[in-house]
Design a protein around this ligand. Sequence first.
Ligand SMILES: Cc1cc2nc3c(=O)[nH]c(=O)nc-3n(C[C@H](O)[C@H](O)[C@H](O)COP(=O)(O)OP(=O)(O)OC[C@H]3O[C@@H](n4cnc5c(N)ncnc54)[C@H](O)[C@@H]3O)c2cc1C
Length: 313
Amino acid sequence: MRVVVLGAGISGLFTALLLRERGDDVVVVSADATEATTSHLAAAIWFPTSAGPADKVAAWGSTTYDVLADEAARGVPGVVMRESLVVYRDEPGPQPWADAVGEVRSARPDELPAGYSHGLRFAVPLVEMPTYLPRLRQRYLDTGGHHLVRRVAALTDLLDLSPDVIVNCAGLAAGQLVGDSTTYPIRGQIVRVRNPGLTLSVRDEHHPAGRAYIHPRTDDCILGGTLDQGSWDTTVDDATTASIVARCTDLVPALADAEVIEALVGLRPGRPEVRLERDEQLVDGVPVVHNYGHGGSGITLGWGCAQDVLTLV
Ligand SMILES: Cc1cc2nc3c(=O)[nH]c(=O)nc-3n(C[C@H](O)[C@H](O)[C@H](O)COP(=O)(O)OP(=O)(O)OC[C@H]3O[C@@H](n4cnc5c(N)ncnc54)[C@H](O)[C@@H]3O)c2cc1C
């Protein structure tokens, strides 16, 4: 079959790779290079955030965890297993993501930052997207796939490519392209600092000053971050940058003197639930499979969603 995949972020590239590997004729179309996607900017740690529905997120997340963990074990560039600590001020209770992660243990008191009474320790895949995403695209091209850089105003603009099926992986833009008014941006501001030698990822979802997370990468650390639902503002707010650095330093004092490299803003593709379904009505004579609306979890769910797309295609 000839499949046109709209989008070259994590959703489009995982989907396109799997379609090529089973022998379909695939063209990826994207408005921009992969470096300009939300996917490229993401902190990209495995952790379900702002995505639904819960049962499918658990299944997609579990599949993706296993694939990325296997890639980390095989030394695929850009993927590592990251020791993690989530901290709480009260007893956390069961966590919906824990089943996918395998071994989760209570943190010892000496592992907790000052002011916290509870914590959970586990390991999850962390993907360094500036390394991983271009290689994923190359892996797809090496299988014989094609990539056209072209902005479309509607899915019908893809009909000149003679698709048997169109797969809609256009992220936040997907809703506007297909008249889906349930999509919305979830603005995320993050800060990149020089890594002062950290190897543990630390997260407090309920810090009084806002969500706080520290994800160490090879050369830098991603400090976050905001989840501003409904905001289309892509400009960096300096007060927010200062607040993110301050609350992350509360959790990890070693960040106090870390050099700030830059602050970044991205818009997550929000939707009450990920849209992963077949649509026969949208484009005359050509079925569309939607795969968008992954919120703060596109990397966490990406491989599992792509496998379901394959079945629908
Ligand atoms: C600050 C921040 C931190 C994040 N951290 C994490 C994290 O730790 N873990 C996690 O799992 N997720 C995280 N996310 C969320 C994750 O980045 C997204 O869920 C994911 O990138 C969505 O991928 P996508 O491929 O669906 O969309 P995108 O990456 O946005 O790609 C969309 C593609 O569609 C194309 N496109 C759009 N419109 C058109 C058009 N009109 N014509 C042609 N092409 C078009 C674009 O060019 C692009 O190629 C984070 C996001 C942000 C902003």
